[in-house]
Design a protein around this ligand. Structure first.
Ligand SMILES: [Zn+2]
Length: 143
């Protein structure tokens, strides 16, 4: 009786409600994509970290909390290569859009983007029709 774990729940609600808001199939897929994105982000960060293990003794400031980690983050970001930075930013933006429910909506025509396309290219912001059109335009004007 005494060994009950008393873990804090950061999220609202007690998970035992059977009437929990049910995700639609598309929303479920979006959550999967989000998990993929978060994994991808971790991989990038991990690789970047490995690349900078040559740092002198790392100092940890437990008392300064956020400020210190913000400083660390900044210098960390500076060390990331441009391509990784851009990708990271795209990933973060995509995750944000998933969280606020605007992910997967074409920014040009406002139609939902095909889930298969989103899975293949989660950071895309255009449906395939608009993207194709844009590429056609680029081809024509850049010729
Ligand atoms: Zn579109």
């Amino acid at each position: 009786m005494s060994s009950q774990k008393n873990k804090p729940l950061p999220q609202d609600g007690n998970g035992s409600s059977p009437d929990k808001k049910k995700l639609s199939a598309r929303e479920e897929k979006l959550q999967e994509i989000k998990n993929e994105l978060l994994k991808q982000k971790e991989v990038i960060l991990c690789e970047a970290e490995t690349a900078m293990t040559v740092l002198p003794e790392q100092t940890v400031f437990p008392d300064l909390g956020d400020q210190a980690s913000a400083e660390t983050d900044r210098s960390f970001m500076l060390k990331l290569r441009g391509r990784e930075q851009r990708l990271l930013k795209k990933i973060e933006e995509a995750v944000e859009r998933i969280d606020c429910g605007t992910f997967g909506i074409c920014e040009v025509c406002g139609e939902p983007i095909d889930i298969k396309r989103l899975r293949a290219r989660p950071v895309t912001t255009m449906c395939i029709a608009c993207k194709t059109e844009q590429e056609e335009d680029e081809k024509q004007s850049g010729h």
